[in-house]
Ligand binder design. Structure first.
Ligand code: APR
Length: 346
Protein backbone atom coordinates (compact mmCIF):
# COMPACT_ATOMS: atom_id res chain seq x y z
CA UNK A 1 0.00 0.00 0.00
CA UNK A 2 1.80 3.22 -1.05
CA UNK A 3 0.03 5.25 1.67
CA UNK A 4 0.04 3.81 5.17
CA UNK A 5 -1.72 5.47 8.10
CA UNK A 6 0.11 4.45 11.25
CA UNK A 7 0.06 5.26 14.94
CA UNK A 8 3.73 5.82 15.83
CA UNK A 9 6.28 8.30 17.15
CA UNK A 10 7.68 9.73 13.91
CA UNK A 11 11.17 10.05 15.43
CA UNK A 12 11.31 6.25 15.69
CA UNK A 13 10.58 5.56 12.00
CA UNK A 14 13.27 4.54 9.51
CA UNK A 15 12.51 6.31 6.25
CA UNK A 16 14.49 8.31 3.73
CA UNK A 17 12.98 11.40 5.36
CA UNK A 18 10.54 12.49 8.01
CA UNK A 19 8.70 15.78 7.76
CA UNK A 20 8.80 18.19 10.69
CA UNK A 21 5.89 20.52 11.48
CA UNK A 22 8.22 23.38 12.33
CA UNK A 23 7.76 27.12 12.85
CA UNK A 24 9.14 29.77 10.51
CA UNK A 25 12.44 30.06 12.44
CA UNK A 26 13.23 26.30 12.27
CA UNK A 27 14.75 26.75 15.74
CA UNK A 28 12.62 24.12 17.45
CA UNK A 29 9.55 24.27 19.65
CA UNK A 30 7.06 21.84 21.19
CA UNK A 31 5.03 19.02 19.67
CA UNK A 32 6.60 17.02 16.90
CA UNK A 33 9.14 19.82 16.30
CA UNK A 34 10.42 19.45 19.85
CA UNK A 35 10.43 15.64 19.60
CA UNK A 36 12.46 15.64 16.38
CA UNK A 37 15.01 18.15 17.65
CA UNK A 38 15.40 16.21 20.87
CA UNK A 39 15.86 12.89 19.06
CA UNK A 40 18.17 14.26 16.32
CA UNK A 41 20.42 16.13 18.71
CA UNK A 42 22.06 19.54 18.67
CA UNK A 43 23.61 19.18 15.22
CA UNK A 44 20.11 19.51 13.72
CA UNK A 45 19.66 22.85 15.45
CA UNK A 46 23.07 24.05 14.23
CA UNK A 47 22.14 23.17 10.62
CA UNK A 48 18.72 24.81 10.99
CA UNK A 49 20.32 28.00 12.25
CA UNK A 50 22.16 28.24 8.92
CA UNK A 51 18.95 27.62 6.91
CA UNK A 52 17.30 30.76 8.21
CA UNK A 53 13.82 29.22 8.45
CA UNK A 54 11.14 29.58 5.78
CA UNK A 55 7.68 31.03 5.07
CA UNK A 56 4.40 29.25 5.84
CA UNK A 57 3.65 26.65 3.18
CA UNK A 58 7.32 26.26 2.24
CA UNK A 59 9.76 23.42 3.07
CA UNK A 60 13.52 22.73 3.16
CA UNK A 61 15.74 19.73 3.94
CA UNK A 62 18.34 18.86 6.56
CA UNK A 63 20.26 15.77 7.66
CA UNK A 64 18.60 13.50 10.21
CA UNK A 65 21.63 13.09 12.49
CA UNK A 66 20.70 10.84 15.45
CA UNK A 67 17.23 9.80 14.26
CA UNK A 68 16.91 6.54 12.25
CA UNK A 69 15.68 8.38 9.15
CA UNK A 70 18.33 9.92 6.90
CA UNK A 71 16.81 13.36 6.40
CA UNK A 72 14.35 15.81 7.95
CA UNK A 73 12.14 18.03 5.83
CA UNK A 74 11.03 20.96 7.98
CA UNK A 75 7.91 22.70 6.73
CA UNK A 76 5.79 25.44 8.24
CA UNK A 77 2.08 24.83 8.42
CA UNK A 78 -0.55 27.55 8.76
CA UNK A 79 -2.05 28.57 12.09
CA UNK A 80 -5.81 27.91 12.08
CA UNK A 81 -7.68 31.21 12.06
CA UNK A 82 -11.16 29.94 11.25
CA UNK A 83 -10.42 28.73 7.74
CA UNK A 84 -10.98 31.99 5.87
CA UNK A 85 -7.34 33.12 5.54
CA UNK A 86 -6.11 30.60 2.98
CA UNK A 87 -5.15 28.05 5.64
CA UNK A 88 -6.18 25.07 3.50
CA UNK A 89 -4.12 26.17 0.49
CA UNK A 90 -1.09 26.80 2.70
CA UNK A 91 -1.46 23.40 4.34
CA UNK A 92 -1.75 21.72 0.93
CA UNK A 93 1.39 23.55 -0.10
CA UNK A 94 3.31 22.03 2.85
CA UNK A 95 2.55 18.49 1.60
CA UNK A 96 3.23 19.36 -2.04
CA UNK A 97 6.60 21.08 -1.31
CA UNK A 98 7.76 18.28 1.00
CA UNK A 99 6.79 15.64 -1.55
CA UNK A 100 8.52 17.61 -4.31
CA UNK A 101 11.75 17.67 -2.25
CA UNK A 102 11.42 13.91 -1.65
CA UNK A 103 10.91 13.33 -5.38
CA UNK A 104 13.89 15.55 -6.33
CA UNK A 105 16.07 13.50 -3.99
CA UNK A 106 14.61 10.25 -5.35
CA UNK A 107 13.51 9.16 -1.89
CA UNK A 108 11.64 5.86 -1.69
CA UNK A 109 9.92 6.56 1.61
CA UNK A 110 8.78 9.56 3.62
CA UNK A 111 6.75 10.06 6.81
CA UNK A 112 4.46 12.98 7.63
CA UNK A 113 2.98 14.09 10.96
CA UNK A 114 -0.43 15.71 10.78
CA UNK A 115 0.88 19.20 10.02
CA UNK A 116 -0.77 22.15 11.83
CA UNK A 117 -3.17 19.90 13.75
CA UNK A 118 -1.54 20.45 17.14
CA UNK A 119 -0.33 23.82 18.45
CA UNK A 120 -1.48 25.53 15.26
CA UNK A 121 -5.02 24.38 15.92
CA UNK A 122 -6.06 23.10 12.49
CA UNK A 123 -9.13 20.86 13.08
CA UNK A 124 -7.66 17.36 13.03
CA UNK A 125 -10.29 15.73 10.83
CA UNK A 126 -9.91 18.46 8.21
CA UNK A 127 -6.11 18.31 8.50
CA UNK A 128 -6.33 14.55 7.93
CA UNK A 129 -8.53 14.94 4.86
CA UNK A 130 -6.13 17.51 3.35
CA UNK A 131 -3.14 15.26 4.06
CA UNK A 132 -4.76 12.12 2.57
CA UNK A 133 -5.99 14.09 -0.46
CA UNK A 134 -2.62 15.68 -1.27
CA UNK A 135 -0.65 12.48 -0.69
CA UNK A 136 -2.98 10.27 -2.76
CA UNK A 137 -2.95 12.83 -5.58
CA UNK A 138 0.87 12.73 -5.56
CA UNK A 139 0.85 8.90 -5.54
CA UNK A 140 -1.26 8.73 -8.71
CA UNK A 141 1.79 9.87 -10.70
CA UNK A 142 4.64 8.82 -8.38
CA UNK A 143 5.93 5.64 -6.74
CA UNK A 144 6.87 6.27 -3.13
CA UNK A 145 5.97 4.76 0.24
CA UNK A 146 4.31 7.47 2.31
CA UNK A 147 3.53 7.10 6.00
CA UNK A 148 0.99 9.43 7.54
CA UNK A 149 1.50 9.32 11.29
CA UNK A 150 -1.64 9.73 13.36
CA UNK A 151 -0.20 10.37 16.77
CA UNK A 152 -3.40 10.69 18.72
CA UNK A 153 -6.88 9.27 18.31
CA UNK A 154 -8.66 12.61 18.13
CA UNK A 155 -7.54 12.91 14.51
CA UNK A 156 -10.51 10.77 13.59
CA UNK A 157 -13.80 12.40 14.59
CA UNK A 158 -16.16 9.51 14.12
CA UNK A 159 -19.74 10.55 14.82
CA UNK A 160 -21.32 9.15 17.99
CA UNK A 161 -24.24 7.75 15.95
CA UNK A 162 -21.91 5.93 13.54
CA UNK A 163 -19.83 4.64 16.45
CA UNK A 164 -22.97 3.33 18.24
CA UNK A 165 -24.33 1.79 15.01
CA UNK A 166 -21.10 -0.10 14.42
CA UNK A 167 -20.81 -1.15 18.06
CA UNK A 168 -24.33 -2.62 17.85
CA UNK A 169 -23.45 -4.36 14.56
CA UNK A 170 -20.34 -5.88 16.17
CA UNK A 171 -22.38 -6.93 19.20
CA UNK A 172 -24.82 -8.77 16.93
CA UNK A 173 -22.19 -10.47 14.83
CA UNK A 174 -19.28 -10.96 17.15
CA UNK A 175 -18.73 -14.53 18.38
CA UNK A 176 -15.61 -15.78 20.06
CA UNK A 177 -13.52 -18.59 18.56
CA UNK A 178 -15.13 -21.57 20.24
CA UNK A 179 -18.82 -21.32 19.61
CA UNK A 180 -18.86 -18.46 22.06
CA UNK A 181 -22.21 -16.75 22.16
CA UNK A 182 -23.30 -13.24 22.46
CA UNK A 183 -25.78 -14.02 25.23
CA UNK A 184 -28.07 -11.11 24.53
CA UNK A 185 -30.83 -13.43 23.54
CA UNK A 186 -31.52 -17.02 22.47
CA UNK A 187 -32.03 -16.04 18.83
CA UNK A 188 -28.52 -14.67 18.60
CA UNK A 189 -27.17 -17.78 20.37
CA UNK A 190 -28.65 -19.90 17.62
CA UNK A 191 -27.41 -17.61 14.88
CA UNK A 192 -23.96 -17.64 16.50
CA UNK A 193 -23.91 -21.44 16.60
CA UNK A 194 -25.38 -21.78 13.11
CA UNK A 195 -22.88 -19.24 11.86
CA UNK A 196 -20.05 -21.16 13.47
CA UNK A 197 -21.30 -24.57 12.38
CA UNK A 198 -22.53 -23.53 8.92
CA UNK A 199 -25.62 -25.72 9.56
CA UNK A 200 -29.25 -25.58 8.70
CA UNK A 201 -31.69 -24.85 11.59
CA UNK A 202 -31.61 -27.67 14.12
CA UNK A 203 -34.09 -28.97 16.69
CA UNK A 204 -33.79 -26.11 19.16
CA UNK A 205 -35.23 -28.22 22.05
CA UNK A 206 -32.05 -30.20 21.91
CA UNK A 207 -30.17 -26.98 22.51
CA UNK A 208 -29.91 -26.89 26.28
CA UNK A 209 -27.25 -24.24 26.48
CA UNK A 210 -25.48 -26.31 29.11
CA UNK A 211 -24.79 -29.70 27.58
CA UNK A 212 -25.00 -28.40 24.05
CA UNK A 213 -26.43 -31.41 22.25
CA UNK A 214 -25.93 -30.11 18.77
CA UNK A 215 -26.64 -32.40 15.85
CA UNK A 216 -25.11 -30.62 12.89
CA UNK A 217 -27.40 -31.74 10.07
CA UNK A 218 -26.16 -33.02 6.74
CA UNK A 219 -25.44 -30.11 4.45
CA UNK A 220 -28.81 -29.22 2.90
CA UNK A 221 -29.57 -29.37 -0.83
CA UNK A 222 -29.04 -25.57 -0.93
CA UNK A 223 -25.57 -25.83 0.67
CA UNK A 224 -24.67 -28.84 -1.53
CA UNK A 225 -25.71 -27.00 -4.69
CA UNK A 226 -23.75 -23.91 -3.70
CA UNK A 227 -20.73 -26.18 -3.06
CA UNK A 228 -21.21 -27.60 -6.56
CA UNK A 229 -21.45 -24.04 -7.92
CA UNK A 230 -18.31 -23.08 -6.03
CA UNK A 231 -16.44 -26.10 -7.42
CA UNK A 232 -17.67 -25.20 -10.91
CA UNK A 233 -16.07 -21.76 -10.47
CA UNK A 234 -12.85 -23.22 -9.15
CA UNK A 235 -11.11 -22.60 -12.45
CA UNK A 236 -11.52 -18.80 -12.14
CA UNK A 237 -8.56 -17.62 -10.07
CA UNK A 238 -8.42 -14.45 -7.92
CA UNK A 239 -6.47 -12.67 -10.60
CA UNK A 240 -8.97 -13.63 -13.32
CA UNK A 241 -11.94 -12.62 -11.16
CA UNK A 242 -10.30 -9.27 -10.37
CA UNK A 243 -9.61 -8.47 -14.03
CA UNK A 244 -13.14 -9.58 -14.97
CA UNK A 245 -14.66 -7.33 -12.29
CA UNK A 246 -12.54 -4.36 -13.39
CA UNK A 247 -13.86 -4.81 -16.94
CA UNK A 248 -17.44 -5.30 -15.74
CA UNK A 249 -17.19 -2.05 -13.76
CA UNK A 250 -15.82 -0.23 -16.82
CA UNK A 251 -12.72 0.80 -14.86
CA UNK A 252 -9.14 0.89 -16.12
CA UNK A 253 -6.55 -1.16 -14.25
CA UNK A 254 -4.88 2.03 -13.04
CA UNK A 255 -8.16 3.52 -11.77
CA UNK A 256 -8.80 0.34 -9.80
CA UNK A 257 -5.42 -0.19 -8.18
CA UNK A 258 -5.04 3.52 -7.39
CA UNK A 259 -8.48 3.59 -5.75
CA UNK A 260 -7.51 0.46 -3.83
CA UNK A 261 -4.22 2.14 -2.84
CA UNK A 262 -2.27 -0.81 -4.26
CA UNK A 263 1.04 -0.02 -5.91
CA UNK A 264 1.56 -0.60 -9.60
CA UNK A 265 4.22 -3.28 -9.11
CA UNK A 266 1.96 -5.44 -6.96
CA UNK A 267 -0.90 -5.05 -9.42
CA UNK A 268 1.26 -6.13 -12.35
CA UNK A 269 2.34 -9.18 -10.33
CA UNK A 270 -1.31 -10.12 -9.76
CA UNK A 271 -2.13 -9.45 -13.41
CA UNK A 272 0.72 -11.53 -14.81
CA UNK A 273 0.33 -14.54 -12.50
CA UNK A 274 -3.16 -16.08 -12.72
CA UNK A 275 -2.53 -18.13 -9.57
CA UNK A 276 -1.17 -15.21 -7.52
CA UNK A 277 -2.53 -15.25 -3.96
CA UNK A 278 -2.78 -11.71 -2.49
CA UNK A 279 -3.00 -10.87 1.21
CA UNK A 280 -6.47 -10.52 2.76
CA UNK A 281 -5.97 -6.74 3.06
CA UNK A 282 -5.12 -6.50 -0.63
CA UNK A 283 -8.11 -8.62 -1.67
CA UNK A 284 -10.40 -6.51 0.54
CA UNK A 285 -8.93 -3.25 -0.78
CA UNK A 286 -9.83 -4.33 -4.34
CA UNK A 287 -13.33 -5.41 -3.29
CA UNK A 288 -13.92 -1.99 -1.72
CA UNK A 289 -12.42 -0.16 -4.72
CA UNK A 290 -14.74 -2.14 -7.02
CA UNK A 291 -17.63 -1.44 -4.64
CA UNK A 292 -18.64 -5.11 -4.66
CA UNK A 293 -21.75 -6.19 -2.75
CA UNK A 294 -21.17 -8.50 0.22
CA UNK A 295 -21.67 -11.79 -1.66
CA UNK A 296 -19.23 -10.78 -4.40
CA UNK A 297 -16.77 -9.52 -1.80
CA UNK A 298 -16.92 -12.91 -0.07
CA UNK A 299 -16.44 -14.65 -3.45
CA UNK A 300 -13.40 -12.53 -4.22
CA UNK A 301 -11.94 -13.17 -0.76
CA UNK A 302 -12.59 -16.89 -1.15
CA UNK A 303 -10.62 -16.90 -4.41
CA UNK A 304 -7.67 -15.62 -2.40
CA UNK A 305 -8.28 -18.22 0.31
CA UNK A 306 -9.90 -15.94 2.90
CA UNK A 307 -13.33 -15.33 4.43
CA UNK A 308 -14.97 -12.56 6.42
CA UNK A 309 -15.07 -13.85 9.96
CA UNK A 310 -17.55 -12.96 12.67
CA UNK A 311 -14.90 -13.49 15.27
CA UNK A 312 -12.86 -10.60 13.91
CA UNK A 313 -13.92 -7.00 14.57
CA UNK A 314 -12.02 -5.71 11.54
CA UNK A 315 -14.02 -8.02 9.27
CA UNK A 316 -17.31 -7.11 10.94
CA UNK A 317 -16.66 -3.40 10.47
CA UNK A 318 -15.86 -3.98 6.78
CA UNK A 319 -19.06 -6.03 6.50
CA UNK A 320 -20.99 -3.19 8.17
CA UNK A 321 -19.85 -0.67 5.56
CA UNK A 322 -20.41 -2.97 2.59
CA UNK A 323 -23.87 -3.92 3.92
CA UNK A 324 -24.66 -0.20 4.14
CA UNK A 325 -23.27 0.45 0.66
CA UNK A 326 -20.62 2.82 2.01
CA UNK A 327 -17.30 2.27 0.19
CA UNK A 328 -15.63 5.50 1.31
CA UNK A 329 -12.18 4.23 2.37
CA UNK A 330 -11.76 7.36 4.48
CA UNK A 331 -14.92 6.75 6.51
CA UNK A 332 -14.10 3.06 6.82
CA UNK A 333 -10.69 3.97 8.23
CA UNK A 334 -12.25 6.45 10.64
CA UNK A 335 -14.35 3.61 12.03
CA UNK A 336 -11.48 1.11 12.06
CA UNK A 337 -9.33 3.67 13.87
CA UNK A 338 -12.08 4.39 16.39
CA UNK A 339 -12.30 0.66 17.16
CA UNK A 340 -8.51 0.30 17.42
CA UNK A 341 -8.29 -1.87 14.30
CA UNK A 342 -5.67 -1.88 11.56
CA UNK A 343 -6.45 0.59 8.80
CA UNK A 344 -7.39 -0.42 5.29
CA UNK A 345 -5.11 1.00 2.64
CA UNK A 346 -5.43 4.77 2.67
N1 APR B 1 5.33 11.78 16.29
C1 APR B 1 4.32 11.97 15.42
N2 APR B 1 3.40 12.95 15.53
C2 APR B 1 3.51 13.76 16.60
C3 APR B 1 4.55 13.63 17.56
C4 APR B 1 5.47 12.58 17.37
N3 APR B 1 6.50 12.38 18.22
N4 APR B 1 4.36 14.61 18.49
C5 APR B 1 3.27 15.30 18.15
N5 APR B 1 2.75 14.79 17.02
C6 APR B 1 1.58 15.22 16.27
C7 APR B 1 0.53 15.97 17.05
O1 APR B 1 -0.32 15.07 17.75
C8 APR B 1 -0.21 16.67 15.92
O2 APR B 1 -1.20 15.79 15.40
O3 APR B 1 1.99 16.13 15.28
C9 APR B 1 0.87 16.89 14.85
C10 APR B 1 1.29 18.35 14.69
O4 APR B 1 1.24 18.99 15.95
P1 APR B 1 2.40 20.02 16.40
O5 APR B 1 3.64 19.29 16.63
O6 APR B 1 1.83 20.81 17.53
O7 APR B 1 2.62 20.97 15.14
P2 APR B 1 1.70 22.13 14.55
O8 APR B 1 0.29 22.00 14.96
O9 APR B 1 2.02 22.16 13.10
O10 APR B 1 2.28 23.43 15.25
C11 APR B 1 3.61 23.83 14.93
O11 APR B 1 4.20 23.90 17.22
O12 APR B 1 5.86 22.68 18.13
C12 APR B 1 5.56 23.92 17.64
O13 APR B 1 7.63 24.75 16.78
C13 APR B 1 6.35 24.22 16.41
O14 APR B 1 5.65 26.49 16.38
C14 APR B 1 5.47 25.23 15.76
C15 APR B 1 4.09 24.71 16.05
Amino acid sequence: MPLKLIREDITKLTCDAIVNAANSTFLGGGGVDGAIHEAAGNELLLECEKLGGCKTGEAKITTGYKIPSKFVIPTVGPRWEGGYNGEEELLRSCYRKALAIAKENEFESIAFPLISSGVYGYPKDQALKVAVDEITTFLIENDMLVYLVIYDKSAYQISKKLFDDIAAFIEDKYVDDHFGFNYRNRASKESAVLGALECEPFDSDAFTGKTQVLKPLQASKKKKSSLDDALKDIDESFSEMLLRKIDEKGMTDAECYKKANIDRKLFSKIRSDRLYKPSKMTALAFAIALELPLTETKDMLMKAGFALSHSNKFDIIIEYFITNGNYDIFEINEALFAFDQALLGV
